[in-house]
Design a protein around this ligand. Structure first.
Ligand SMILES: *Cc1c(COP(=O)(O)O)cnc(C)c1O
Length: 386
């Protein structure tokens, strides 16, 4: 079995579970993104909600990416990380007044606005500060992301975004509001999208919507196509870096961008997922009547994706080269859903073995909880363990 090239010897001395971030993988990923958008009018805002580990954020800042935030906490974290306000976009269906005010006070680049009542409140808050809020309208393009229904966001019966049928009404309103400046339009159709035709469909839809704004003589400064590029959870060792070339090419080829326009992306998972693993120890191997359970000291409190989305994560026993055997790999939490994988083939496993749950850099550490009064785990980078 091919495994991550990790310093397993050093892992042995560290309290498990913990998150491990391979900064070389992160740096190569960021450098590939930069190569692909060089000499284009494309700008990438890292979706903060995927991971805000300080070392990870620092690399992202150094690479010059902007930030895509979905809460005031994330706006603050982006500012604290040293990301320029002029590179911060702020989305979300339910922005509180203090969150909008935080964005206004810091003159962030753009609010992605999702409803009429939000626009009205934002206008009032901006008037009170004698400021203008730059906004992009989040439009629901009714494009299927061909992904898990929990992470599909672009279909019409959805809490996110403005429906196409309401677009005229919303545009009329935006143009009337004194302290709102319409900068662009925003989309986000879902997450873990590996079928590029979904993005192609999005481009074609955006071209139609642009024509609609053209017909009304409204010039948009930018288009924001959101995030959602998927990664290979099955083969993180073979595909540590997502195919950014193919991804950006879809937009270059199918989206009719005007020379004056910039195209914005909000990538989260594709930037950070493959650089992170959750490292755990085997507590017990329990022999059932017909199966074996590998009971880990990590559970859904540290990595909730399998329990929440039936997500697959590759599991590697870093301590064993024994022949592979079949295990149900489970955590210690008092819930049946605390199962990482069923009937999973791993090298022969015993108590004390070090296990890596791969591709845990996105929506791992950030979603950790203290359920069962467990401690939030620490995180280490490859630089820490040099
Ligand atoms: C979650 C989210 C993203 C990032 O999604 P990924 O699948 O991690 O790339 C981008 N934009 C918005 C508005 C989001 O909600």
């Amino acid at each position: 079995m091919i495994k991550a090239n990790y310093p397993t010897d050093k892992f042995k001395d560290i309290q498990t579970p913990f998150y491990y971030y391979d900064l070389e993988t992160l740096r190569s990923t960021l450098s590939e993104i930069k190569t692909q958008i060089e000499n284009t009018s494309f700008e990438v805002h890292y979706a903060m909600k995927a991971n805000v580990n300080t070392s990870v954020l620092n690399e992202i800042k150094i690479a010059g990416l902007g930030a895509d935030c979905v809460s005031g906490g994330e706006v603050q974290a982006a500012l604290d990380a040293g990301i320029a306000p002029s590179k911060i976009v702020f989305a979300g269906v339910g922005k509180s007044d203090w969150e909008i005010n935080l964005g206004l006070d810091n003159d962030i680049f753009c609010f992605n606005v999702e409803s009429i009542p939000e626009l009205e409140v934002m206008n009032e808050l901006a008037i009170a500060k004698n400021k203008t809020a730059n906004v992009a309208l989040r439009i629901n393009p009714n494009v299927s992301a061909h992904t898990h229904h929990y992470i599909t966001t672009g279909l019409s019966e959805n809490k996110f975004g403005i429906n196409l049928s309401d677009l005229d009404k919303v545009t009329d309103l935006v143009l009337k509001l004194s302290n709102i400046n319409l900068l662009g339009i925003h989309f986000h159709i879902g997450s873990q999208i590996t079928d590029m035709t979904s993005f192609q469909d999005l481009c074609l839809k955006i071209n139609e919507i642009q024509a609609h704004f053209d017909a009304r003589n409204i010039t948009l400064k930018h288009i924001n196509v959101g995030g959602g590029l998927g990664i290979s959870y099955e083969h993180p060792n073979h595909f540590p870096i997502p195919d950014f070339e193919a991804y950006f090419k879809v937009f270059r080829k199918h989206l009719q961008l005007k020379p004056s326009q910039t195209l914005h992306f909000e990538l989260g998972r594709a930037v950070v997922a493959q650089c992170g693993s959750l490292i755990s120890r085997v507590l017990y191997v329990k022999e059932g009547t017909s199966k074996k359970f590998a009971i880990l000291d990590a559970g859904f409190t540290e990595l909730i994706r399998p329990a929440l989305y039936q997500a697959y994560h590759r599991i590697e026993n870093l301590s064993s080269e024994l022949p592979e055997e079949e295990y149900d790999v489970v955590g210690p939490i008092c819930e049946s859903s605390d199962t990482f994988a069923k009937e999973y083939f791993m090298n022969g496993t015993k108590r004390g073995d070090i296990i890596a749950l791969r591709s845990a850099g996105a929506y791992g550490e950030i979603m950790a909880s203290q359920y069962n009064l467990r401690k939030l785990p620490k995180a280490y980078t490859s630089d820490d363990l040099k």
